[in-house]
Design a protein around this ligand. Structure first.
Ligand code: GLC
Length: 442
C-alpha cells in the first residue's frame, strides 16, 4: 500500500515535471524578464507592421497566391525576379523613428511560405538563396533597429501554401499541391527550426506574432497545433520575447500579448473579434492597415487620413492598447509615398504630444464618446477628440484634480468641482485632432 503510494507520487511528480518542461506548460508562469518586457512593450504605444514578401511584385496584397489560385510551382518562380534595388533598411527605420514609432513587426514568412530571412531550415526557399538580391533584408533591418533603439518583432505564419508537409486547411486548396506528402511532425519541426533561427540570428526580438491557426478552425476533429511547446521553445530561447497569436480567440497559456485585428479592444466592426474578452492581464495590441491592404496593393489608394490614424493611436492608448499600424513596402524596396507622408505627419504630432501617450496607461475616466484619458505618474491627460461644447465633465470622485492646463501652450483652465466630479472649462470648442488637457492628480 505504502509502496504503491510512493510509486504513484513519483509518477505524478514526473508527469508534472514533464508537462512543465518538455511538453509545454502545466500552468504558464511568465518569467521576471517577460513581465518586465510586457510593461516596456505597453509603454511603446506605436508600432509599424510590415507585410513584405515576393507578392509585392504583383501588387495585389499578400493573399494573391491563394486568391488568384496560382500553382505552387509557378509561384515559386517569383523569387528569381525579386530584386528590391532601393531597399535601405536604415532609411525605413529613420522614417519610422522620426514618426515616433517604437517597434516594428515584419513578416518573416507569410502564408505564401517564402522566407524573407536567411533560413537554412527553408531548404533554399528564402531571400538569400532564391533571389538575385541575395541579401538578408531582416538582418539589415535588425541592425538598423539596433542603431535607432527600435524593438524588432517577427510575424510568423502558422499556415503555409508552399510546403507539401503542411497539412492543408481551409485555404490554399486550388494551388495544385499534392496532398500525399502532408506530415505534421515534419512541418512542426520545420517551424520550430525557423523560430530558432529567428531567435538566434538577429539579437533580442521583442515578440513573435503568430497568424494562421484559423486555417484549421473548421476541422471536424480539433487540430492540435502544439502551441504550448512552441511557445515554451520561444521563451526558452529568449525569455523576454513576447508571444502573440492572431487567432481571434481568448488567450491560450503561454501568450503574452492579446491581439485584435482591425479593431480596438472591445470592438468588433471587422468581424474578427466576436466573443473575445479583453484581457486585463497582458498587453493589448490592435493591428490596423494604413490603406485597406496589408501587403502592397497597387490599386489601393484608400489611405486613412492622418487625423484618423492619430485618433486611432490615441484611442488605443486610452484603452491601454498599442497600435500596430501596417504598411506594405513595394517590390523595389521602398515604402509607398503616401505611407511616408502619413508617417511624417504622425511624427509632427508625436513630437509635440507623444509625452501624453508613451509610457501611459488608460486614465481615470474610461473611454467616452468625446475621447479618452491617459495617466502617467500624477499626470492625467484628457484627450478630447470630438466635442461640441466649451465645457467637459469628468466623472472623477475618488481623486483630487488640480492645475488643469492645455498641454500645447500651458493655458490654465478653470475646473469647477461638484459632487459628481469636475467640469473643465475650455477656451474654445475643441477643434484640434486631439485637444489635450493636462491635469495634476492627487
Ligand atoms: C489576416 C491575414 C493576413 C494578415 C493578418 C494581419 O490574418 O490572413 O494576411 O497578415 O491578418 O493581421
Amino acid at each position: 500500500m505504502k509502496n504503491s503510494r510512493i510509486v504513484f507520487g513519483i509518477v505524478a511528480l514526473f508527469s508534472i515535471l514533464n508537462s512543465q518542461f518538455s511538453i509545454g506548460y502545466a500552468q504558464y508562469v511568465p518569467s521576471a524578464e517577460n513581465l518586465k518586457a510586457r510593461s516596456e512593450f505597453q509603454d511603446k504605444k506605436l508600432g509599424i507592421f510590415l507585410h513584405w514578401g515576393v507578392y509585392a511584385m504583383m501588387g495585389q496584397g499578400e493573399w494573391v497566391m491563394n486568391n488568384r489560385n496560382i500553382n505552387y510551382e509557378e509561384y515559386a518562380k517569383m523569387p528569381a525576379g525579386f530584386y528590391p534595388a532601393k531597399y535601405d533598411a536604415e532609411e525605413w527605420v529613420r522614417a519610422f523613428s522620426d514618426a515616433g514609432v517604437k517597434y516594428i513587426t515584419i513578416t518573416s514568412r507569410h502564408h505564401d511560405g517564402f522566407s524573407m530571412f536567411n533560413s537554412k531550415a527553408s531548404e533554399g526557399y528564402n531571400i538569400v538563396e532564391a533571389t538575385p538580391f541575395k541579401r538578408d533584408v531582416i538582418k539589415e533591418l535588425a541592425d538598423a533597429c539596433a542603431k535607432y533603439g527600435i524593438m524588432l518583432n517577427f510575424y510568423y505564419s502558422h499556415l503555409d501554401w508552399h510546403r507539401l508537409d503542411y497539412p492543408l486547411g481551409s485555404t490554399g486548396k486550388q494551388l495544385g499541391r499534392p496532398t500525399n506528402q502532408q506530415d505534421w511532425n515534419s512541418y512542426y519541426n520545420f517551424m520550430n527550426a525557423q523560430l530558432t533561427e529567428l531567435l538566434t540570428q538577429y539579437g533580442p526580438i521583442g515578440a513573435i506574432w503568430f497568424d494562421g491557426v484559423w486555417d484549421h478552425a473548421g476541422d471536424a476533429v480539433p487540430f492540435n497545433w502544439q502551441l504550448e511547446e512552441q511557445y515554451a521553445l520561444i521563451h526558452r530561447l529568449q525569455p523576454a520575447c513576447l508571444v502573440g497569436n492572431n487567432h481571434h480567440k481568448n488567450l491560450n497559456p503561454g501568450e503574452d500579448i492579446q491581439i485584435f485585428e482591425r479593431d480596438l479592444p472591445g470592438e468588433n466592426t471587422a468581424g474578427f473579434s466576436g466573443g473575445m474578452q479583453v484581457s486585463n492581464e497582458v498587453p493589448l495590441e490592435s493591428c490596423q492597415t494604413m490603406s485597406d491592404s496589408w501587403g502592397f496593393n497597387i490599386t489601393d489608394t484608400h489611405y486613412k487620413s492622418t487625423k484618423e490614424l492619430i485618433q486611432m493611436l490615441v484611442h488605443a492608448a486610452g484603452l491601454n492598447a498599442n497600435l500596430l499600424l501596417n504598411i506594405g513596402p513595394q517590390s523595389d524596396g521602398q515604402l509607398p509615398a503616401t505611407a511616408l507622408s502619413r508617417l511624417k505627419e504622425i511624427g509632427e504630432w508625436t513630437s509635440q504630444y507623444g509625452e501624453t501617450i508613451y509610457g501611459t496607461r488608460g486614465g481615470l475616466v474610461t473611454p467616452r464618446d468625446w475621447g479618452v484619458t491617459t495617466l502617467k505618474g500624477n499626470k492625467l491627460y484628457v484627450h478630447i477628440l470630438k466635442w461640441q461644447d466649451k465645457g467637459l465633465f469628468l466623472p472623477v470622485t475618488d481623486h483630487k484634480l488640480s492645475n488643469a492646463k492645455l498641454f500645447k501652450d500651458g493655458t490654465p483652465l478653470k475646473v469647477v468641482k461638484s459632487k459628481e466630479g469636475y467640469l473643465l472649462e475650455l477656451p474654445n470648442i475643441p477643434s484640434d485632432i486631439d485637444t489635450v488637457v493636462e491635469i495634476t492628480v492627487d
